[in-house]
Design a protein around this ligand. Structure first.
Ligand SMILES: Cc1ncc(COP(=O)(O)O)c(C=O)c1O
Length: 474
């Protein structure tokens, strides 16, 4: 319900939405506070009595009194015995003296098709399931579990995740060695901190992968002041283990299930070579189990952690399976190092949101998570087919690789093409294309390639987008 409150001075529109989950009191309080802050209710303005306002709004007088009381205590309102409640003189100077807000980033022009990679189909986020799961979590949570908990995360979620990863990823997962964290980004930071404590000085990253700057930043932000990020090439079989051996690194961050961004699946011989390298050098593998949820040609291979649990940290996230905004992921640590990762998590933030963890546990145990993945696998498989066909029709010379899993592929442009020029011209035509160059650490001669994501483009947009830039790709 919206009322036009016009009984005094300037008119004020106050909206109370009775269908909303937000309590009426909070809606009224926010409405008044905002009106004072932005000057619609100027300093000195008289407010209606609580009785009048309650009648106009059709709420209890007590609710209005509570609301006025709160705004009085916050300094927005002023009240003297025997006189009306008014907006405080120079109401809320802090609000008026606020520094100018940073200009909002200009909205990006609407694209016919945005082939950005790394982001799932946000429109398919299972909102209904998440609402159901958060309600379940709120209803079921024990009062004691609203306290700071085990920094490793909710026991219920760790148990469920361990079972899930044993079943789906052939992980040697025990809930005691799982630390729930805020997605892969935090998981990597925690693991790098622990490696720092172990004296690891050189950490290798795949190239292409994070690029030079991002890899160095992640190493430095984990406190590895004297440490160095080095890069090892990825070829058609995955990370080059001979180059890793030569690099002198004692840890490597890899994406075996679907290399980011080339899309190569780590070959069986490389998997074994990598594990042997780690044992020989007392080294560690940080396995980013990237895109393992979506595999099209056959069942995904299990995690490396399953064959070398003492040498591998496996990191997972729901950023691709649900949405990045959920900010939940996990680390399976080698048993001897799980305590150190938990310690790093404590120092970092004392644990991730317990309620969100319980919601995720409810999604997993109810089967809703699996159902969502099945639906998304079918969606991405259709998009993948449309992409292959659209390129085949409009730009048959362009080879696509990395299609075994996930929701991105690599398009190999003719040698004469200029990657950056193609990207810029496509943008002028309102198509978001993305080159491989930002993912490369080595800036030497590299063949022109595009990383084509199909998380954010539906089938129609794929067809329209490829048609619009076909002449650039040929
Ligand atoms: C290689 C790689 N792994 C994992 C992730 C997921 O990170 P997070 O879980 O922090 O969202 C990303 C995000 O884009 C990524 O590029």
């Amino acid at each position: 319900m919206a009322i036009q409150w016009s009984g005094l001075g300037p008119e004020l529109l106050l909206r109370l939405d009775r269908e909303s989950d937000r309590p009426l009191r909070s809606q009224l309080e926010t409405g008044l506070r905002d009106a004072i802050r932005d000057g619609r209710l100027p300093a000195g303005e008289r407010l209606p009595s609580s009785r009048e306002l309650a009648r106009e709004l059709g709420v209890s007088r007590g609710l209005v009194q509570e609301c006025y009381g709160q705004l009085l205590s916050e300094g927005y309102l002023d009240s003297r015995v025997g006189s009306a409640t008014r907006v405080a003189p120079r109401a809320y100077p802090a609000a008026q003296a606020q520094p100018p807000r940073p200009a909002r980033a200009a909205p990006s022009p609407r694209l016919v098709a945005d082939f950005r990679s790394g982001v799932p189909d946000l429109a398919s986020f299972p909102r209904g399931d998440w609402v159901w799961a958060t309600r379940e979590a709120c209803r079921e949570v024990a009062t004691a579990d609203l306290d700071y908990g085990d920094p490793r995360g909710s026991g219920a979620l760790r148990e469920v995740v361990a079972g899930y990863l044993r079943r789906v990823r052939a992980a040697a997962a025990d809930q005691r060695d799982i630390i729930i964290c805020t997605g892969f980004a935090q998981g990597l930071n925690l693991v790098l901190r622990v490696l720092n404590q172990l004296g690891v000085e050189r950490v290798a990253f795949e190239d292409p992968g994070y690029g030079d700057i991002e890899a160095s930043t992640s190493v430095r932000s984990a406190g590895l002041a004297s440490a160095q990020a080095v890069h090892v090439p990825v070829d058609d079989l995955g990370v080059d283990v001979a180059a890793l051996e030569a690099s002198g690194a004692r840890a490597v961050v890899v994406t075996p299930a679907h290399q980011s961004p080339t899309g190569v699946v780590l070959a069986a011989q490389r998997r074994h070579a990598l594990v042997e390298w780690a044992s020989r050098h007392d080294a560690f593998i940080v396995e980013d189990d990237y895109d393992s949820e979506f595999r099209y040609d056959r069942e995904p291979v299990g995690v490396l952690q399953g064959i070398a649990p003492d040498r591998v940290f496996t990191l997972g996230t729901v950023s691709k399976s649900l949405a990045p905004t959920v900010r939940l992921g996990w680390v399976i640590a080698p048993p001897a190092l799980a305590g150190a990762v938990a310690e790093a998590k404590t120092v970092s933030d004392r644990g991730s949101s317990g309620l969100d963890q319980l919601a995720l546990a409810a999604l997993l145990t109810s089967g809703r998570y699996d159902r969502h993945l099945r639906r998304m696998r079918a969606t991405y498989a259709r998009r993948r087919t449309v992409l292959i066909e659209a390129l085949g029709r409009h730009a048959p010379g362009v080879r696509l690789t990395g299609l075994a899993a996930g929701f991105h592929a690599v398009a190999h442009l003719p040698g004469s093409a200029e990657e950056e020029a193609v990207v810029a011209e496509a943008r002028r035509r309102s198509v978001g294309l993305y080159g491989m160059r930002p993912f490369r650490a080595s800036r030497g001669d590299a063949p022109p390639q595009l990383v084509l994501g199909f998380g954010l483009v539906n089938e129609r947009a794929i067809e329209a987008g490829i048609a619009a830039v076909a002449d650039l790709l040929r």
